[in-house]
Write a protein that binds this ligand. Structure first.
Ligand code: PLP
Length: 391
């Protein structure tokens, strides 16, 4: 006997996925139509138009790849890298490290520029390496979900171009929660995901490729080594008057991203970003008032939508996270790598990024920590957060 699925209602305040907006979930229950149906192709075109708005770009090649954010990362790697190409990757957390690994597998000679976890990459370190050789691209994570660092991009993008390298970003945790402004910054290619600030289920990886990046994969000496992710073929399905079947589009996932993008655009991008900034600041202030220490020291480099905070001395990570889950139905993330057991990662992403969740998070964490012996003035964290939110 197999039982019907019974899924608990969680408040997903971790590093992702965040709760999907009810409208995106409902849209997935709409009837399937064929992936070559004109009505579906219109939905694809509008999805691409809306993605351009959220990415801040006019790039014609802007579309969702089938697969999660990592499929977007692989798409960038297999299309842009030819064996032996030199690639520079900035690593200050798990996702930069993953990208370096993927680029190496795609045949690149990878040079890594590092910064300590919790710090942004220094543009002058990137320049020192780019000066030395010809690099196909310089890649950097805009929002490092493992550490909570927001990476300034403008200067590094400029340096990459000055040295003839494409500038490529991982926007998985950035998209829909902070400005990307791909054209203004000069991002040549970028990949992202749906399950964070877009409040859609995981399963698609929006990408955008500018002209120089498109030329790079169109003029390859040897073909793209992945059949499934070859943009030369996928674009024949996503672009143009007559469309060629490549693989069956994940129809219901496209309905979901369409709906998710429409929600963001209807609210107004600027309003969405202000909401994320304000709620992030309120949460961070509340945590500090509770006597906790934020991991990212430089407040200009703190992500608004993913806060990393040290676990106080004497408190065991899982004691708190399990109580949050079992008593309050709240999921938050633990630290990764050497910070496992030392950090919590708290997300306020997309539709979850609301005042009620800031208060819920702070008051439940405060209640648990107080019971475990952590000293703090009860109610002060919520009060501090409220004064920021109501300001
Ligand atoms: N890059 C960043 C910054 C991420 O946060 C994640 C996922 O959390 C990924 C890449 C990988 O995305 P996915 O897990 O959707 O494949």
């Amino acid at each position: 006997m197999f039982e019907h699925l019974k899924i608990p209602e969680r408040v997903l305040l971790g590093p992702g996925p965040s709760n999907a907006h009810p409208n995106t979930l409902l849209s997935q229950a709409l009837p399937l139509i064929g992936h070559m149906d004109n009505d579906f192709i219109k939905i694809m075109d509008k999805t691409s138009e809306m993605l351009k708005i959220v990415y801040g770009t006019k790039n014609r090649l802007t579309m969702p790849i089938s697969g999660t954010g990592s499929a977007g990362m692989e798409t960038v790697c297999v299309n842009l890298i030819e064996p032996g190409d030199k690639v520079l990757l900035c690593v200050n957390g798990v996702f930069g490290e993953r990208w370096a690994n993927a680029a190496t597998r795609a045949g690149a000679e990878v040079t890594i520029v590092r910064a300590p976890w919790g710090e942004a990459i220094d543009a002058s370190d990137v320049e020192k390496i780019l000066k030395k050789d010809n690099f196909k691209f310089a890649g950097i994570v805009h929002a490092e979900t493992s550490t909570g660092v927001k990476q300034p991009l403008t200067e590094i993008g400029k340096i990459a171009h000055e040295h003839g390298a494409l500038f490529v970003t991982d926007s998985v945790t950035a998209i829909g929660g902070m400005p990307i402004e791909a054209d203004k910054i000069g991002i040549d290619a970028s990949f992202s995901g749906t399950q964070k600030n877009l409040s859609a289920p995981p399963g698609l990886a929006p990408i955008t490729f500018g002209n120089k990046a498109v030329e790079a994969f169109m003029n390859r000496k040897i073909g793209v080594r992945s059949w499934y992710l070859d943009l030369n073929m996928i674009t024949k399905y996503w672009e143009g008057k007559s469309r060629a079947y490549h693989h069956t589009a994940p129809i219901s996932s496209i309905y979901a991203i369409y709906t998710a993008l429409k929600l963001v655009i209807d609210e107004g991008l600027e309003n969405v970003f202000i909401r994320h900034k304000k709620m992030g600041e309120a949460l961070q202030k509340g945590l500090e008032i509770m006597g906790l220490t934020l991991f990212v020291k430089n407040c200009n480099h703190r992500l608004p939508n993913l806060t990393t905070v040290y676990i106080p001395n004497g408190i065991k990570d899982l004691d708190v996270r399990m109580r949050l889950l079992n008593e309050y139905n709240i999921e938050i993330g633990g630290g990764l790598g050497e910070y496992s057991g030392n950090l919590w990662r708290i997300g306020l992403m997309g539709n979850n990024c609301r005042a009620n969740n800031v208060y819920l998070m702070l008051s439940s964490l405060e209640a648990i920590l107080s019971q475990l012996g952590h000293k703090c003035r009860r109610g002060a964290a919520v009060e501090a957060a409220r004064s920021i939110i109501n300001n």
